[in-house]
Design a protein around this ligand. Structure first.
Ligand SMILES: NC(=O)c1ccc[n+]([C@@H]2O[C@H](COP(=O)([O-])OP(=O)(O)OC[C@H]3O[C@@H](n4cnc5c(N)ncnc54)[C@H](O)[C@@H]3O)[C@@H](O)[C@H]2O)c1
Ligand SMILES: [Zn+2]
Length: 356
């Protein structure tokens, strides 16, 4: 059940992965968090309909209340965070109380942000209900709300005390959300875990059918990877956690150009292939390892080609925070499961690799 421990000294915490864990949430909180006076569940309306009842029952005597935040990115506004903080006081949460984030990455980010500032910080339990939440946002302590000047611009680092990934919850996830999450899984495979990559190739069909066992294996492997990166570079200032941005620089540009009609995971898949082409043209990656990625992403039902020309994409990539002095810092793969390199790549080199 314990798939990983995020080792951060006295702030270390376990990450549990398995089917049916939501029903035993109160028990797990009682076991791993000391002197809890009560818990408030933060969730979104849709997730509440599906799992709010089960979660509430599972909290047993610890239950103090439930707060609904808006669906998706609407949860991550300054106003929504303010309302959430007000609701926490309304439920009488005290300094020994716990915020339980039950939902996708957007719920996790806003509830995490609120937990980090409520009474100067209360404990947080992440219960991610999307694949992206389980393999990425639920672990690592990044919290944020958005600002008109930029996404995730206002936030904090606030590590959870416990993360519970119940893979059975993923059975209700829309297929497109599942596929988007699998793009991030493939990313982990490329940058550090060839066994995970192979597992995706072999189990693609079962994963797309939301088979609990296949998902449990994948999520457990991913949280172990994420835990390693977080331990090595908790605050993302040593250049190690930056490796997780593989596929994200061009990906973000495509996501923005499409006005988010291309989902984050779809954009990451496109970005991975583009970064691999750059790596290939610089002699860092073999053709076979580019083709293997394209084949896997296609089996997973993910796009691999940008619908936008290089002339449209490049200006947005240059605006990305990873760009400096006319070159763009890209995470470039060196093989399946081998450590990538981070390298400043010129516009000309990108044009050379991607055409245009
Ligand atoms: N903190 C981090 O480290 C980190 C990392 C990556 C992404 N993020 C953030 O995560 C957010 C995206 O998260 P997301 O992809 O989980 O999207 P999301 O939170 O918007 O959820 C997507 C949709 O899925 C629904 N949903 C959630 N669980 C479900 C389930 N089990 N069954 C059916 N439907 C379900 C939700 O109601 C929502 O409508 C972004 O805001 C992004 O910035 C944060
Ligand atoms: Zn991502």
């Amino acid at each position: 059940m314990r798939a990983a421990t995020v080792h951060l000294g006295e702030r270390s915490y376990p990450v549990h992965v398995g089917g049916g864990l939501l029903g035993r949430l109160g028990e797990a909180i009682g076991k791993y968090l000391l002197e809890v006076t009560g818990c408030v569940i933060v969730t979104s309306p849709f997730v509440d309909v599906l799992y709010g009842g089960l979660a509430t029952a599972a909290m047993e005597a610890l239950h103090r209340g439930k707060v609904l935040v808006p669906e998706g990115e609407e949860a991550k506004t300054w106003d929504a965070a303010g309302e959430l903080l007000g609701a926490l006081t309304g439920h009488g949460l005290d300094r020994r109380g716990v915020v339980v984030a039950l939902g996708g990455g957007s719920v996790g980010d806003s509830a995490g942000f609120a937990a980090s500032i409520y009474m100067r910080g209360v404990r947080l339990v992440q219960v991610p209900t999307t694949l992206l939440g389980q393999v990425d946002s639920g672990v690592g302590g990044k919290t944020a709300v958005n600002h008109s000047a930029g996404k995730n611009l206002i936030g904090s680092f606030h590590q959870p005390s416990l993360v519970v990934c119940d893979t059975e919850l993923l059975s209700t996830l829309p297929k497109r959300e599942l596929r988007s999450g699998l793009a991030e899984v493939a990313k982990y495979g490329v940058i550090t875990d060839s066994i995970l990559f192979k597992g995706l190739e072999v189990e693609a069909e079962r994963l797309l059918a939301a088979d609990t066992n296949a998902l449990r294996w994948v999520v457990a492997r991913c949280v172990a990877v994420k835990a390693r990166y977080v331990k090595a570079d908790e605050r993302d200032d040593k250049g190690i956690r930056a490796m997780l941005n593989y596929g994200h620089t061009l990906g973000h540009a495509v996501e923005t150009l499409s006005n988010h009609s291309i989902s984050h995971g779809e954009a990451v898949a496109i970005g991975m292939v583009a970064a691999s082409r750059v790596a290939l043209s610089l002699g860092l990656l073999k053709q076979a390892d580019l083709e293997r990625q394209i084949a896997l992403l296609e089996i997973l039902g993910l796009p691999t080609e940008t619908p936008y020309g290089i002339a449209e994409v490049l200006p947005l990539m240059m605006r990305d925070k990873k760009a400096e002095h006319g070159s763009i810092r890209l995470v470039l793969p060196t093989g399946i499961g081998s450590e990538p390199v981070v390298k400043g790549v010129s516009e000309a080199e990108i044009r050379g690799a991607l055409g245009g």
